[in-house]
Design a protein around this ligand. Structure first.
Ligand SMILES: [Zn+2]
Length: 74
């Protein structure tokens, strides 16, 4: 019985996808796919800009700069 260890990676091909957010076409290159595959991540469904925008949103924590108005004690 042949025990063939297949350490080969799938043959990814560069493809054009449509962004889920802005419906713009973006390119997912084979090297990018390989990157996501190796990291065990899902392939992106958004274009680069939308991904960066979302990332930026996630990083910028909305600091509660609530301005307490006049605090007049009785
Ligand atoms: Zn987009």
């Amino acid at each position: 019985m042949e025990n063939k260890l297949t350490s080969e990676t799938p043959n990814f091909r560069t493809q054009i996808l449509q962004c889920k957010d802005c419906q713009a076409d973006f390119i997912l290159t084979d090297s990018e796919m390989l990157y996501y595959y190796r990291k065990n991540l899902n392939f992106p469904v958004r274009c680069r800009e939308c991904r960066q925008a979302r990332r930026a949103q996630g990083l910028t924590t909305a600091e509660g700069s609530v301005q307490g108005g006049d605090c007049h004690g009785s």
